[in-house]
Design a protein around this ligand. Structure first.
Ligand code: PLP
Length: 505
């Protein structure tokens, strides 16, 4: 396919800029280009066709089944887009005075209230642009907390070997030393090992629960207690929240800080680079360290203070999510910086329209709907796991949560067909591959997360395709090394692409 620059024809296209309606200003020479910018020249229809062609070559949730484990590729309801395109949300400027954007601040405040209720936290920052960025911000909160308590030696953070690679990376970026601990035979945290590694140098623990092999750690309360007893804090990687919304809350499991991936759990679009959103929630004792630009609700009677806290404290999950902020008439919203803020991790208040999409999703489903979504997600994963276990090895037997892991190791030993080969064969059959080679503790891993938005019929069709591929492995294993045959590009040199990216035309 040609690039826009190659499609360009001199004289095509037109200038869509409106006529100048303000006095013309001239730039100083030092700020002017020496040579005119060489922009591609294309008509609107040429441009439109180019992007439509590109869109047809990509695979998204609107093309078909997308069981990419750990990524929660659920359907993104169109009503989210409708809300996010309302002029009152799109036509604002981040520097405009807060009193002229009260509805937008209320949306932020309301989303914060909902996320607090869903996670069991007391405050949320929306600045982080995605999950990994949230991890960084969250770990910075933990670090700031220890430093504020004169506990400078707490520099070690414990991360189980099932963790997403971003966990150790974020902790490392925040200047902490990562202590990797092995999982037990069931894929969960090994309590004996955890007890051994905690100490007066422990900053905290980073954990996702259910973990990346799809298991809810039965010892979760004991785990978070061991870390607290040692003086550390508990960080919850909320990427797997889709399994437990409205059922259990990280705050009740003993976690002090969480990040959420709005683009996973709360149905805002992702893949292809964003924009995402990775809000971070924390317990009250960490609130003073949160990044800048926290929305504060102030009663119009002039009594300052965060009325939100009182509102949340007196509500149950369903009340908090189901109710419009009845107080909005008497409340005005403004931005404030917490007293010991870690500073900004991103400009202003994060990706606002992503937050609007998530709020729409939460309001549309309500408390009961969110809970139902998690229940369906777990049911779907168990259905697929059970049926696929007839012809593939499941890495960890028993009930799973919202995702599960297959291991192709035995098949590879016998036939030479790897997890990668199976993933490529699925592509030829119209199914997006599962996550491959993750988590690292499972060899030849394929990690499958159907999500709640898939029907039994879609899953049955996918299971038939998995079976067909299994049959092909039996009959003609070598043929799988050549797949995919039907995609716009065949096997890519992924290592070379990552190590030597060509980012310029
Ligand atoms: C996706 C994911 C992350 C990182 O989130 P991004 O939004 O992609 O930065 C972290 N942990 C787990 C378990 C994940 O699945």
């Amino acid at each position: 396919m040609k690039l826009l620059f190659e499609l360009s024809k001199k004289g095509h296209g037109s200038n869509f800029l409106p006529a100048l309606d303000v006095p013309e200003a001239t730039l100083p020479d030092s700020a002017r280009r020496a040579v005119a910018l060489d922009l591609p020249q294309l008509s609107e229809v040429e441009l439109s066709r180019h992007y439509t062609r590109l869109a047809r070559r990509t695979f998204g949730v609107n093309n078909g089944f997308y069981p990419l484990g750990s990524c929660t590729m659920k359907y993104n309801p169109r009503i989210n887009e409708e809300a996010a395109s309302l002029a009152g949300f799109t036509g604002i400027h981040p520097l405009q005075p807060a009193h002229t954007a009260q509805g937008c601040l209320e949306a932020l405040h309301e989303t914060e209230r909902c996320l607090c209720e869903i996670t069991g936290m007391d405050a949320v920052t929306f600045q982080p642009a995605a999950g990994a960025h949230g991890e960084f911000a969250g770990v910075m909160l933990i670090k700031a907390y220890h430093l504020a308590h004169g506990d400078a030696k707490r520099t070690r953070i414990i991360v189980p070997d099932t963790a997403h690679g971003t966990n150790p990376a974020s902790a490392n970026m925040a200047g902490l030393t990562v202590i990797n601990i092995p999982s037990d035979a069931h894929g969960c945290v090994d309590l004996a090992v955890l007890r051994e590694v905690v100490g007066d140098d422990t900053a905290g623990l980073m954990l996702t629960n259910p973990n990346t092999v799809g298991l809810f750690d039965p010892n979760i309360l004991e785990i978070t207690r061991i870390v607290h007893d040692a003086g550390g804090l508990n960080y919850y990687d909320g990427a797997n929240l889709n399994a437990v919304m409205g059922i259990v809350r990280p705050g009740d499991m003993g976690f002090d800080v969480v990040h959420l991936n709005l683009h996973k759990t709360f149905s805002t679009p992702h893949g292809g680079g964003g924009p995402g959103s990775g809000p971070v929630g924390c317990k009250d004792f960490l609130r003073e360290f949160l990044p800048n630009n926290q929305v504060v609700a102030v009663s119009k009677a002039g009594v300052s203070g965060d009325v939100r806290d009182k509102a949340v404290a007196s509500k149950t999950v369903s009340e908090a999510i189901g109710i419009n902020s009845a107080a909005s008439e008497e409340v005005s919203y403004s931005f404030a910086s917490p007293s010991k803020s870690i500073g900004s991790v991103k400009a202003f208040y994060g990706h606002f329209l992503v937050i609007v999409r998530a709020l729409t999703y939460i309001k549309r489903l309500g408390a009961a709907g969110l809970r139902e979504a998690s229940i369906q997600a777990v049911l779907n994963a168990n259905y697929m796991q059970k049926r696929l276990s007839d012809f593939y090895d499941v890495a960890f037997e028993g009930l799973c949560m919202h995702e599960f892991v297959l291991s192709l190791q035995a098949i590879k030993d016998k036939t030479g067909v790897s997890a990668l080969d199976v993933a490529k064969a699925l592509l030829d059959n119209g199914v997006h591959p599962p996550t491959m080679y993750f988590p690292l503790i499972v060899h030849e891993a394929l990690m499958i997360e159907p999500t709640e938005t898939e029907s039994k019929e879609v899953m049955d069709e996918a299971i038939d395709i998995f079976r067909k591929v299994r049959e092909q492995i039996r009959l003609d294993p070598d043929s799988l090394h050549a797949m995919p045959l039907t995609t716009p590009v065949r096997r890519l040199d992924e290592v070379n692409a990552a190590r030597n990216p060509r980012l310029r035309f």
